[in-house]
Design a protein around this ligand. Structure first.
Ligand code: FES
Length: 119
């Protein structure tokens, strides 16, 4: 498999407390990384798209139906951690990043640049 992604190490997996986010800098972008109670990892943009504040890592992790979620700490809008879509405000979303655990370390990949011509 050709995987020339430049992964950024965020922290050791055990240091990520379940349901507590951490903020990380990945290729110059602020990212919020979460571990859910079932041990899954998610990474989304740290910026709240509504308030514009960089606060998402301090959000409240939970779930809505099947969806693992985080609620903005400022205005409480709820986002699906898998897709970044806001479940409360149509058309609003946070970027989603690839995240993995490797050799006990949590790693996040930068967002792929849209190909030329994509809007
Ligand atoms: S949980 Fe990450 S290497 Fe085992």
């Amino acid at each position: 498999m050709n995987d020339d992604v430049r992964w950024t190490t965020v922290c050791a997996y055990p240091r990520l407390e379940p349901e507590r986010g951490v903020a990380a800098l990945v290729d110059g972008e602020q990212v919020a990384v979460f571990r859910t109670y079932d041990g899954r990892l998610f990474a989304i943009g740290q910026q709240d798209p509504i308030s514009r504040a960089f606060v998402m890592a301090r959000g409240i992790v939970g779930s809505r139906g099947e969806a693992p979620t985080v609620a903005s700490p400022l205005h409480k809008q709820v986002y699906d951690l898998r897709t970044g879509h806001c479940l409360d405000v149509p058309g609003v979303a946070v970027p989603v990043y690839r995240v993995r655990c490797r050799d006990g370390l949590v790693e996040v990949a930068p967002r792929p640049q849209p190909a030329a011509g994509d809007s």
